[in-house]
Design a protein around this ligand. Structure first.
Ligand code: HEC
Length: 144
């Protein structure tokens, strides 16, 4: 090997070492970015889930389940809430909860009055409409 060849070889080795080092540094940078970007997303539960929980929690809190049953499928005191979606849209259901008497001319309610004698669906006009909205959303998505 001549001196010149040794220099070329030395530069080649140096170049390769620098190249590998810079590649590793680049890789690390990308990984750190990935973690920072994805972390917030994995910590947030989906909003669909929380609103579902809220609806059911409200039904239990307010005491609807004490008449309509823990599974909302009806008891000797009150009918199942699974069929509410066949009779009400969202705003009708909110109105009904605020003032059930407004809907008493539907023949279905004559039948209820016979079946659940002495028990009346309370009026919930004192409850925040947003909460009633959450309850309505929950009842409208109930599936057998
Ligand atoms: C004291 C018992 C009682 C409580 C508490 C109660 N309900 Fe009722 N609910 C009834 C009865 C009884 C009926 C049947 C209609 C009637 O007789 O007024 C009824 C009817 C309904 C209906 C209409 C069902 C249909 O087929 O159209 C809905 C919807 C409803 N209740 C939702 C609720 C919600 C939501 C709550 C809580 C915010 C609640 N109820 C709390 C007794 C109750």
């Amino acid at each position: 090997m001549t001196n010149a060849q040794k220099w070329v070889a030395a530069f080649l080795v140096l170049f390769i070492v620098l190249f590998i080092l810079s590649r590793n540094a680049l890789k690390e940078e990308i990984n750190v970015n990935d973690i920072e970007f994805y972390e917030p997303e994995t910590q947030n539960p989906t909003t669909a889930n929380t609103s579902e929980m809220d609806g059911l929690a409200l039904l239990e809190n307010i005491g609807c389940t004490s008449c309509h049953g823990g599974d909302l499928k009806g008891t000797r005191m009150a009918p199942s809430l699974y069929i509410a979606k066949e009779h009400f849209d969202r705003s009708e259901l909110i109105n009904y909860l605020r003032n059930p008497a407004d809907y008493s001319n539907d023949p279905r309610f004559d039948m209820y009055q016979d079946k659940y004698k002495g028990i009346v669906m309370p009026s919930y006009s004192n409850i925040d409409v947003k909460k009633l909205g959450k309850i309505a959303d929950y009842l409208l998505m109930l599936q057998e």
